[in-house]
Design a protein around this ligand. Structure first.
Ligand SMILES: Cc1cc2nc3c(=O)[nH]c(=O)nc-3n(C[C@H](O)[C@H](O)[C@H](O)COP(=O)(O)O)c2cc1C
Ligand SMILES: Cc1ncc(COP(=O)(O)O)c(CN)c1O
Length: 228
């Protein structure tokens, strides 16, 4: 099928795997909690889990370099609370360098199977070393060794070289089957995105979608409905 002819209609409730609130129109009254995005975001995330969509906590994050050019890639959101969204990555990666130069990011949860997306934008800061260490300790040993064995976003000559490097580094900590703890590399850690703008989007028929945006200013959170 030609790309130009590929399209899906939204708002029938059929594609949405039985999630609540799919047939009802997204309404400002759904915004509950403190901050007011927290309740609905948590509900939609739980519905994404229940609908078994792949990696419902995956979010596409845009960062901007010192020249003002954006880049996007996917990371996993590993916790969310009233402060914001936490993810873990390499500080020396492209995104880590962008965030050092420009500590502002935008993320999108593309829950297309549920005919929904949520965007966040805000300032990003590193989490404490304690928070990073606690999360690191919860990761499977293989993932710890994988992160320790990779200098994220640096070039490497071949797959074989990457595997040799990872094996060499794993051996320093007793190897894949060892029991010695793998320390968190200094170059790896968590970031907290503190939202100042959040948008909930729900697909509707004939491209007449629902969009509700919350913005934080000195007076608190403000809600506005946007045209699709
Ligand atoms: C579903 C999915 C989840 C990912 N989660 C993470 C993550 O949590 N942290 C991370 O550093 N990279 C993650 N990646 C890899 C990144 O998308 C990216 O390739 C990597 O972080 C390097 O990005 P950068 O060079 O732009 O900094 C994930 C990739 C996918 C497809
Ligand atoms: C390179 C990389 N780092 C970190 C993560 C975060 O997830 P986890 O801590 O569960 O490995 C991922 C997830 N795909 C990843 O690909």
């Amino acid at each position: 099928m030609p790309l130009a002819a590929m399209r899906v209609g939204y708002g029938s409730g059929e594609g949405a795997a039985g999630a609540d609130g799919v047939s009802a129109n997204l309404d400002e009254s759904w915004l509950t909690g403190d901050p007011p995005w927290l309740g609905l975001f948590g509900r939609w995330l739980r519905e994404g889990v229940a609908a078994a969509i792949p990696e419902p906590n995956a979010m596409v994050i845009a960062t901007v370099d010192a020249q003002g050019c954006p880049s996007t890639r996917t990371v996993l959101c590993k916790s969310v609370d009233a402060n914001g969204l936490v993810f873990f990555t390499g500080h020396d990666s492209d995104k880590g360098r962008d965030l050092s130069a420009n500590p502002c990011a935008s993320v999108t949860f593309p829950w297309i199977a549920l005919e929904r997306q949520v965007h966040f934008r805000g300032l990003v800061e590193r989490v404490s070393r304690e928070v990073t260490q606690e999360y690191w300790a919860s990761r499977p040993r293989g993932s710890q060794l994988g992160s320790a064995g990779s200098f994220q976003s640096q070039p490497i000559g071949s797959r074989d070289e990457l595997e040799d490097q990872a094996r060499r580094i794993a051996a320093q900590f007793g190897g894949v089957d060892g029991t010695e703890a793998v320390p968190v590399p200094d170059r790896w850690g968590g970031y907290l995105l503190r939202p100042r703008r959040v948008e909930f989007w729900q697909g509707r028929a004939d491209r007449l979608h629902n969009r509700v945006r919350l913005t934080l200013d000195d007076g608190g959170w403000h809600t506005v409905r946007l045209q699709p």
